[in-house]
Design a protein around this ligand. Structure first.
Ligand code: ACM
Length: 414
């Protein structure tokens, strides 16, 4: 039952009762999203399992933003109350926990997920209850849901600059290696479109199971096909194994580098700078980015989580999306009007200066304008940015599907 229908029904019962009983006013606090000066939000990142290597840091960045907002007075005097769940890198558990957060805890929004497999698993929960999921991770696009705010990069924002740059620097033979699920496959579809456009070729395309840690057969295929670039969309713990085994096999990043959309400072910290050095990543944020907002973000993160803690291109959107959420609540104003539906309307077109630069939610498709960069990993665990954008790049979640577009009223054939 919708809130308005419930209130109408309650009103009808009250009117009937008033014949023989005094009018009793029942406070409808069980249905309100903002009650007693608090607004509950879900935090759904894996603290265990194969993608905990990344997701733990997303949980940390989210909680840091929530605490900062509360310490600065909250939102219109109300406190954000995080409800944290650990979905254990398992899509089915993600769906169960999402249901608990939305239905049981009555969170007005949930911040969560690294893998697209887990986002796909929770999507029906949010669509069925018309709730909102804030997803900070780079992903494959080809999704047009009014129940997700997408603050990570889509393929055009990571690949449009990167692929021609790689071809120019290293050559035209690409070996595609990814984890075996929807994200790497769709991301590689877009990669293949670009390779064709620039007259380059795929010498092999390999997928390994999530959590895979034995890359000797992949490395043998790399040796036998001699690509110019190894294009990687491997995720989680496997990123560490792939880099270490590449190094141990005596391959040389100067001759045959890996070019990744998923290797950030946090995976580099786990594998060690030596294994990462010389490989490339394209992303809208690197920890070394110079801006006052990033200096503040990095300093706060280190002082909270330790001098060795690193920020990266998924933890940064995990952080700034909580501030966009706050801006949306402030735009709504009255606590009684805080609903997922009103937040969605209020967040359209919201802008802020994030650590990476000025970002904006595209009102058409709820994705984010971001600042693509190309960087090389160094042995000290940081990246050196080699190419920065001079302006933000519009998100095009259907870049690989030129006959489709995500518009305000849904997916359209163009
Ligand atoms: C991802 O699965 N979107 C990294």
């Amino acid at each position: 039952m919708k809130r308005r229908q419930f209130l109408q029904a309650a009103g009808a019962v009250g009117a009937g009762l008033s014949v023989g009983f005094p009018n009793i006013w029942i406070k409808d606090s069980s249905l309100a999203y903002a009650a007693d000066g608090e607004i509950k939000v879900g935090v759904l990142f894996s603290l265990t399992g194969t993608t905990a290597i990344v997701e733990e840091s997303l949980n940390k960045a989210t909680l840091m933003a929530i605490d900062e907002i509360n310490a600065a007075g909250g939102v219109n005097g109300m406190k954000l109350v995080p409800v944290v769940e650990d979905p254990a890198s398992d899509p089915a558990t993600f769906a169960d926990k999402a249901r608990k957060l939305v239905v049981g805890d009555k969170c007005v929004s949930v911040f969560g997920s690294y893998t697209s497999a887990s986002r796909k698993a929770v999507l029906p929960v949010f669509e069925r209850r018309n709730n909102l999921y804030w997803y900070p991770t780079l992903y494959e696009g080809r999704e047009c849901s009014k129940n997700v705010i997408y603050t990570g990069a889509v393929p055009n924002q990571q690949q449009d600059e990167f692929i021609p740059w790689l071809i120019e620097q290293f050559g035209k033979k690409f070996f595609l290696i990814g984890s075996n699920y929807i994200y790497p496959k769709e991301e590689n579809n877009y990669c293949k479109t670009l390779l064709e456009k620039y007259g380059a070729e795929v010498v092999n395309e390999e997928y390994v199971p999530l959590g895979h840690s034995e890359f000797s057969s992949v490395i043998n295929k790399i040796k036998s096909t001699q690509p110019n670039v190894i294009f990687s969309t491997v995720v989680g713990d496997s990123v560490v194994a792939l880099h270490r085994q590449y190094r141990a096999a005596g391959l040389d990043p100067e001759k045959m580098p890996m070019a990744s959309l998923t290797t950030s400072e946090v995976e580099v910290a786990a594998m060690g700078g030596e294994a990462a050095a010389g490989h490339f990543t394209s992303a809208p944020y690197f920890m070394v980015h110079e801006s006052p907002e990033n200096e503040k973000f990095v300093e706060a993160y280190k002082s909270r989580y330790g001098a060795d803690a690193v920020t990266h291109f998924v933890s940064e959107p995990s952080y700034f999306q909580v501030y966009l959420f706050k801006q949306a609540l402030e735009k709504i104003g009255s606590a009684g009007d805080i609903t997922p539906e009103n937040i969605r309307e209020a967040v359209k077109g919201q802008e802020m200066i994030a650590p990476q630069g000025n970002v904006k939610i595209d009102p058409k498709n709820l994705h984010t304008y971001l600042w693509p960069k190309i960087a090389v990993a160094k042995s000290d665990g940081q990246f050196e940015v080699l190419k920065d954008s001079s302006e933000w790049l519009e998100p095009d979640p259907y870049a690989a599907y030129s006959n489709q577009a995500c518009m305000e009223d849904g997916l359209k054939e163009t």
